[in-house]
Design a protein around this ligand. Structure first.
Ligand SMILES: C[S@@+](CC[C@H](N)C(=O)[O-])C[C@H]1O[C@@H](n2cnc3c(N)ncnc32)[C@H](O)[C@@H]1O
Length: 423
């Protein structure tokens, strides 16, 4: 098989791409790739070059300016080639490596010695670590068999203090009766480059209708819907200035209950009442409560560590999606559902951020990142990098309606480039 090899320098991960068509450098749609110097109007290109890879035009699709990269190769070799250029640039690494469960799948083998598997994982984790940005995180799928060994190895590499949590994902909903226990869950280990940076930057999950319905506007406040919280708090750390008689506009006097004090000092409370931020009920005679406005609140749900199938999908659902997507391709045995990856990316990244998956499989991470307007690098060594990943991403660019598409209103667009390491 011969591949076209354009004689250009391109950049990956949504950073500047030297156009394969006309040789000009273009900015990307999601985040400015070329940072303009505001004082002199000049621009600075900023990003990894792909000199050690060749772009294969016939396997690429859509706009070549996005910087999205699908790389077919041995991940350790690819990561080493990327490493000096991508350091500190990746906001989220997701990996779903072979679990060492002694299975032989259609597209890859998952059997080896425990030691060889653990060494393989440690080498990849060491290569991935420097790529993370300061607010970045790495999410590692794994099952029961190796999770504890992997946790110890990962603690060693990322530092125990950088361990964030273990997600338990319900990967199947049916009972496996042939086994002693029907194993219905897997894990996702989460590490941050810096837990404080991650904590400050991580997103809440979108508020559902139930949470939003708690915001109402009984006093037709022009600032919009609000919900109220108690105006008194436990007095354990209170100062003198939080104990006083609170006189409502109606003239009624309120005192905090036993063991509690007012949330604000007297001076602040008076200001808050004057600005209409304290609610005394429709009659004006009620116990004071503080108004919290929907449009100035960070409304969302703190992610929990138990991810049920009803919220993020199952392996079976993921397989069914792939069958729908390409009925003629042999089915990939171990795909992750788009909902699972979608949730990870919505917690750990923003549109325009760079996402990397070094065990891409059928291309789920890249497909989801694309639909969620993130930039991505996907690495897969098998021939399914072509038959599954490239085919799937081509469909995504053309508006694939399956998986999370409806949820994120995906209509198509963008593009990706297919690369192989230069020999
Ligand atoms: C469990 S699958 C990933 C499935 C993927 N999350 C999905 O949703 O389709 C693991 C993948 O890693 C690939 N892989 C294993 N070792 C690799 C290596 N050293 N370099 C690149 N890819 C590798 C396998 O070919 C396989 O496709």
């Amino acid at each position: 098989m011969t591949y076209a090899e354009p004689n250009t320098t391109s950049r990956i991960g949504g950073l500047p791409v030297t156009s394969l068509v006309n040789g000009t450098t273009t900015d990307l749609p999601c985040r400015p790739a070329t940072r303009r110097n505001s004082t002199n109007g000049t621009s600075r290109t900023d990003g990894p070059t792909l000199q050690s890879f060749r772009r294969i035009a016939r396997l690429s699709h859509g706009s070549s300016h996005t910087g999205n990269a699908l790389i077919q190769g041995e991940n350790l070799d690819v990561l080493r080639r990327l490493n000096d250029q991508c350091v500190g640039r990746v906001r989220c690494v997701y990996i779903d490596p072979p679990y060492n469960n002694q299975e032989r799948y259609r597209h890859y083998r998952d059997s080896g010695s425990h030691t060889a598997w653990l060494d393989m994982m440690a080498e990849r984790l060491n290569a991935l670590k420097p790529l993370l940005s300061t607010d970045g995180s790495i999410w590692i799928s794994i099952d029961d068999r190796e999770v504890h060994y992997l946790k110890v190895a990962a603690d060693d590499i990322f530092g125990r203090k950088n361990f964030v949590t273990t997600i338990v994902w319900q990967q199947r909903t049916t009972r496996e009766n042939r086994k002693v226990f029907s194993n219905n869950h897997e894990y996702v280990l989460v590490y941050a480059a810096d837990p404080r940076g991650f904590r400050a930057a991580r997103n809440l999950l979108p508020a559902g209708p139930e949470l939003l319905s708690r915001y109402k506007n009984p006093d037709s406040d022009p600032r919009g819907p609000w919900q109220s919280i108690s105006a008194n708090v436990q007095d354990g750390h209170a100062t003198e200035s939080q104990f006083y008689d609170l006189v409502a506009p109606s003239g009624r006097v309120h005192r905090p209950p036993e063991g509690r004090c007012w949330i604000y000092t007297h001076a602040k409370m008076k200001r808050e009442i004057a600005t209409g931020n304290v609610w005394f009920g429709k009659s004006g005679q009620g116990v004071p409560r503080i108004k919290r406005f929907l449009n100035s609140s960070q409304v969302g749900l703190t992610p929990e560590t138990l991810w049920p199938a009803t919220e993020v999908g199952t392996n079976d659902e993921a397989k069914k999606q792939l069958l729908k997507l390409f009925p003629d391709n042999s089915v990939f045995d171990t795909p992750k559902p788009e909902g699972l990856i979608g949730r990870i990316l919505s917690i750990a990244t923003e549109p325009g951020d760079l996402v990397l998956d070094a065990f891409l499989g059928s291309g789920t991470t890249a497909a989801v990142a694309h639909k969620m307007q993130r930039r991505y690098i996907g690495i897969e060594r098998g021939e399914h990098a072509v038959t599954h990943c490239a085919t799937r991403l081509r469909l995504v660019v053309d508006g694939d309606p399956t998986g999370i598409s409806e949820e994120v209103r995906w209509r198509g667009g963008g593009g990706f480039s297919f690369y192989k390491p230069r020999t």
